[in-house]
Design a protein around this ligand. Sequence first.
Ligand SMILES: [Zn+2]
Length: 263
Amino acid sequence: MKSLLKTNSTRGWRGYAARAAALAGVLLAGACAYNETLGRNQLLFVSQGQMAELASSAWTDLKQKEPITTEAKYVNRVNRVAPKIIRAAGGNPAEWEVRVFKSDQINAFALPGGKIGIYTGILDIMENDAQIAAVMGHEVAHVNFNHSGERYSQTAAAQTALSAGSAIAGGGQVSTAAVQALGLGAQYGVLLPFSRKHELEADKFGVRYMARAGYNPNEAVKFWEKMSAQKNGAPPEFMSSHPSDATRIAQLKKEIALIKSGS
Ligand SMILES: [Zn+2]
């Protein structure tokens, strides 16, 4: 640290590198917050509100590019389930926006700021409302725990540390790299794939939400098992290659047993 402070006062790239490294350090130190519900620390230097701002342009883009269906057979089912899940997750349905996209994709997603997108392709293979609730619960959990914000923060931190480190070693343009890492664009942060840990958390809390909303949580297991049989091509968001289906299903069953025992 002493050498950093010393080079901090020098001019040129060494000074930039040191300042970038110090800035990254300050951000990391000030950004780790303990989340009691999750029982772990989260690295967050973007709030839910900031992520919502970043996501809003992605959502507007999606709505312009992807056809939205108003077909009653889809919209009625979704509108019946979504408010119950949002309420069970502690939210206000009036503050969320839910859209059904006309596409064969077997997929669904949620964006920070309370936006849910679900495709007709996935609704076609859902046997009942409880299965819709399972997927929505999972997506709403990603939003509630600011998983996107965490991915964004982790990526920005890694980029900043890497740039600062390589600049110190080789004399690169660290200031530009650091600035870029801290000012990542919307598309970069919002649609980053979730980690294994995030997927398991979304499964765990998603099934709690659906049970709280009055749906049979066993339908989550049935649906996930069906999905693993369906898997082809690009994996849907909630069926990403990791964690393995077996791990997810085992965790879900454990969680359902806990819910049923009332703990
Ligand atoms: Zn997910």
